[in-house]
Ligand binder design. Structure first.
Ligand SMILES: O=c1ccn([C@@H]2O[C@H](COP(=O)(O)O)[C@@H](O)[C@H]2O)c(=O)[nH]1
Length: 284
């Protein structure tokens, strides 16, 4: 029998769901939000913004998702700010998903995993988003690292943006849609790697899409964490969670950024509480 030195990400995620529910609070310091919050459009502003979201999330929600693009746009100083936000969130016990959407051939994408998942890395997170358009096999090294370090991965399958449909509903050589193929490949990898009820490799499925139009049945998502952006600002309603994901709604991370962040610093805690309550109400 295999000996797992660290608890798997799936197990940690399940514990967070039980303790705090399924809301994932986005940390997206858009320039417009920085202005609305009275913060400068700079690395210092993005740092302050991120730290305030972390502070408001503690004891209210269990998961945060920094969107790395909004730190990267400030260059090296943005990355330094991000390091502080990531460290503060992890030190506070929040589960941190780095929304970085990395993908490449094996050796290069492995280095991304070292950056975002390796214990002790300045950018260490608990999970990262990845892209499998070079084949799920290109992520073998990343998946191995995730398993070894007790970390998680979310592979883009059917994304929330409308422009994605043309590509993600295209047929692969095996007849599956690109989106359904990613889901099937992830399910196969989880089956081989984890005995946990919830695997450590999950998928990104937008809450704005109709799964059936992408050739995905909800049962295909069984046992895998599903990161679902698109709630709030992009139009999906949290109340639709059961209708969108059926029995697999229990595995969904309900991701919302602007619908929470637009409440401003004074309204932030209340907005998080309201989102948490809405998720809990439709899961009851
Ligand atoms: O399919 C996807 C994948 C990622 N995202 C990211 O999630 C947030 C959504 O922000 P909102 O303000 O709640 O719309 C953002 O960081 C996206 O880059 C996504 O929207 N869709």
């Amino acid at each position: 029998m295999r000996h797992d030195p660290r608890p798997g990400f799936g197990d940690r995620l399940s514990a967070v769901f039980t303790a705090w529910g399924q809301l994932c609070v986005g940390i997206d310091p858009h320039a417009a939000l920085l202005e609305a919050w009275g913060l400068p459009d700079s690395a210092a502003g993005a740092r302050e913004f991120g730290l305030r979201v972390v502070e408001a999330s503690v004891d209210r929600a269990g998961i945060v998702k920094p969107q790395i693009a909004f730190y990267e746009r400030h260059g090296a100083a943005g990355y330094a700010a991000l390091e502080e936000v990531l460290a503060a969130a992890r030190a506070a016990g929040l589960l941190v998903i780095a929304d970085v959407k990395r993908g490449d051939l094996g050796t290069s994408v492995d280095a991304y995993a070292d950056a975002w998942l390796m214990p002790g890395s300045p950018l260490e997170a608990d999970a990262m988003t990845v892209v499998a358009y070079q084949g799920l096999g290109s992520l073998d090294g990343v998946i191995d690292r995730a398993e070894r370090f007790g970390k998680g991965l979310f592979v883009l399958a059917a994304t929330s943006n409308p422009e994605a449909k043309l590509t993600q509903t295209a047929r692969r050589a095996d007849g599956l849609s690109v989106a359904a193929g990613v889901v099937a490949d992830v399910a196969a990898r989880n089956a081989g790697l984890s005995t946990a009820a919830l695997g450590s490799v999950g998928v990104v499925v937008g809450a704005t899409i109709a799964l059936s139009e992408f050739g995905i049945g909800t049962e295909a998502l069984s046992g895998m964490p599903v990161l679902a952006p698109g709630f709030g600002h992009q139009g999906a309603r949290i109340a639709q969670l059961p209708e969108l994901f059926g029995s697999e709604a229990q595995n969904v991370l309900v991701s919302a950024s602007r619908s929470i962040l637009s409440a401003g610093p004074a309204g932030l805690a209340g907005a998080i509480d309201a989102h948490v309550a809405e998720v809990a109400a439709c899961r009851a």
